[in-house]
Ligand binder design. Structure first.
Ligand code: NAP
Ligand code: MG
Length: 399
């Protein structure tokens, strides 16, 4: 069988623990036998990050900026225990955080929906993607405890030291609490652009929700940026057959529970934090949740939403069999390969990625799955497979 040629190099970011084990299996079983592909490899395993003083992480992000598409394995974000375990020089920052800030990107999470794995919400039939703004608001706030009566003011002093605006937050008659938050127009702008890039790329309508009836300047600023971009992008949205809709956050929450799904739900930082966990648990397993980082310039990094699955890795280290679900990691690869094919204008590459995805879904719908899905699935004859057996079952179908 002749291999399918991928024109442009794909940036590969290797990772840690159980997902690193799965990573190699995916390449050996699904990638190298079928594709003639140049992988620009970066080892983001925690030991090599330590060895390079984390330079490898920065290099990998720059490679994604250069080539346009990357695929990333889950990585350890070291804490004090990890520093000891791997004798690290220090607690290196989260690679995802480093890459996100270099790409100035937004993370979108999308569940893989499978016929015999019903979601907890009866009406949800299609995936709901969540785009969460990842800068500012309550996550960069300042707070004060107010011990007794007194006045709190919000003051804006310009760069020349002139007071330009002042409002009273509260004239306290007794003790209380107060908080200051901010956001930056450039960051909101990048977020909105990434959301439109993602929705156009996935052909999903965009829902954006805030509370601009109450917050007439702060939330309204977010809304205006999204509304204006929707006007500017109207021709592209029309061509893709998708719409942009603005909703009040409480209205969006109520509507989403009755909707069949299939939209990108763009949310401010706090709302996205809360709603992404709700939507993820509604769709079932972490092993079925994919994630993609999209930059405002249209650069893409695909990964699984879950971590390195340390508990399973401890069993693997002892030589025991594992039940780790490889589906989200496989879809990280197929997502990246399909995007590569789309950007290179090579439909056979896109088609290959879709065939792998179909083989994965057919395998599960045929009743073969890992332990995490067994209790969720309504398939009549369910068969539990271990990590490697499941991948082999998919390969068999693919061939
Ligand atoms: P985790 O790796 O997501 O695993 C948490 C638990 O979720 C697992 O123990 C397992 O439950 C279940 N699970 C997750 N993925 C699964 C899969 N593919 N198949 C089957 N079950 C799955 O989170 P964690 O244990 O909190 O974190 C481990 C490491 O990952 C940490 O060092 C953290 O820094 C890192 N992390 C990295 C990323 C990233 O790179 N994007 C994201 C999150 C965490 P059972 O044990 O009950 O089977
Ligand atoms: Mg959360």
């Amino acid at each position: 069988m002749s291999k399918i040629k991928v024109k442009t190099p794909l940036v590969e970011l290797d990772g840690d623990e159980m997902t690193r084990v799965i990573w190699k299996e995916i390449k050996d079983k699904f990638i190298h036998p079928f594709l003639d592909i140049e992988l620009e490899y970066y080892d983001l395993g925690v030991e090599y990050r330590d060895k390079t003083d984390d330079k490898v992480t920065v290099d990998s992000a720059n490679a994604i900026l250069k080539h346009g598409v990357g695929v990333k394995c889950a990585t350890i974000t070291p804490n004090a225990d990890r520093v000891k375990e791997y004798s690290l020089k220090k607690e290196w920052p989260s690679p995802n955080g480093t890459i996100r800030s270099i790409l100035d990107g937004t993370v979108f999470r999308k569940p893989i929906t499978i016929n015999n794995i019903p979601s907890a919400v009866r009406s949800w039939k299609k995936p709901i993607s969540i785009g969460r703004h990842a800068y500012g608001d309550i996550y960069r706030n300042v707070e004060m405890i107010i011990p007794e009566a007194g006045k709190v003011e919000l003051v804006y002093t310009d760069a020349n030291g002139n007071v330009k605006d002042k409002v009273t937050v509260q004239d306290f008659k007794s003790s209380g609490v107060v908080m200051g938050m901010h956001n930056i127009e450039k960051s909101i702008d990048s977020f909105a652009k990434s959301c439109f890039n993602y929705a156009l790329s996935e052909k999903m309508p965009i829902w954006f929700a805030t509370k601009d009836t109450i917050s007439k300047k702060y939330h309204a600023k977010f809304r205006k940026i999204f509304d204006d971009l929707a006007v500017a992008k109207k021709a592209e949205l029309d061509a893709a057959g998708i719409y942009y809709g603005y909703y009040l956050i409480d209205d969006a929450v109520a509507q989403i529970m009755k909707h069949e799904g299939g939209m990108l739900w763009a949310l401010m930082n706090y709302d996205g934090d809360v709603m992404s966990d709700m939507v993820a648990s509604g769709f079932g397993s972490l092993g079925l949740m994919t994630s993609v980082l999209v930059s405002p310039e249209g650069k893409y990094e695909y990964e699984a939403a879950h971590g390195t699955v340390t508990r399973h890795y401890r069993k693997y280290q002892k030589g025991e069999t594992t039940s780790t679900n490889s589906v989200a990691s496989i879809f990280a690869w197929t997502g990246a390969i399909a995007k590569r094919g789309e950007l290179d204008n090579t439909p056979d590459v896109v088609d290959f990625a879709k065939k792998v995805e179909k083989a994965v879904i057919d395998t599960i719908e045929g009743g073969e799955m890992t332990k995490d899905l067994i209790s969720l699935s309504t398939a009549p004859n369910k068969k539990e497979l271990n990590t490697v057996q499941f991948m082999d079952a998919v390969v068999k179908r693919l061939k």
